[in-house]
Design a binder for this molecule. Structure first.
Ligand SMILES: Cc1cc2nc3c(=O)[nH]c(=O)nc-3n(C[C@H](O)[C@H](O)[C@H](O)COP(=O)(O)O)c2cc1C
Length: 144
């Protein structure tokens, strides 16, 4: 099953999550939306991931969802966010992912994230604050 993972990150947590995800889901193509244009026509299975600031997922992914809303409804979709405050997760998902896309999604999760302005330094654990078990469960569900 070929999967396209489209993402946006500022401090790297989202990218680290994708590395973990990529080990679990074979045949993953990744696309950093800030530097590449995703070609969604070639994929039936798509995962969208983005970091969060001030309650909003990063703009390139927000814009991508808006622009491709109808096309995404036809795909098998998973969504994840990287954010630091679990209490806000439900609200962030509610406000950033349209109800019909949410309803149709295979899985939607927060994978955790870094404390604001405290991304791990080089050479230290890059998965600090990341919910690895949640990523593994997400991958299992998406592969079903
Ligand atoms: C300016 C700023 C605003 C943030 N706002 C939120 C927020 O509203 N809710 C939350 O749960 N996390 C918030 N965070 C934490 C980020 O979502 C977290 O650091 C995440 O790892 C960012 O993803 P990225 O590393 O892929 O860029 C914020 C971080 C910064 C620096």
């Amino acid at each position: 099953m070929a999967v396209l993972v489209i993402y946006a990150t500022k401090t790297g947590a989202t990218e680290q999550c994708i590395k973990v995800l990529g080990k679990e889901i074979p045949n993953c193509t990744t696309c950093d939306i800030q530097t590449e244009k995703p070609i969604i026509e070639d994929f039936d299975h798509i995962i969208l991931g983005a970091g969060v600031r001030d309650g909003k997922i990063y703009k390139p992914i927000r814009d991508f969802i808006k622009k491709n809303h109808d096309a995404l409804l036809q795909k098998r979709m998973g969504y994840f966010i990287c954010n630091e405050k679990p209490k806000e997760t439900e609200d962030i998902i509610e406000r950033n992912i349209p109800a019909d896309l949410k309803e149709a999604a295979v899985c939607i999760e927060s994978f955790g994230g870094y404390k604001a302005y405290a991304a791990p330094k080089e050479g230290t654990d890059q998965l600090k604050g990341i919910f690895v078990d949640t990523i593994l469960a997400f991958a299992e569900k998406f592969k079903e």
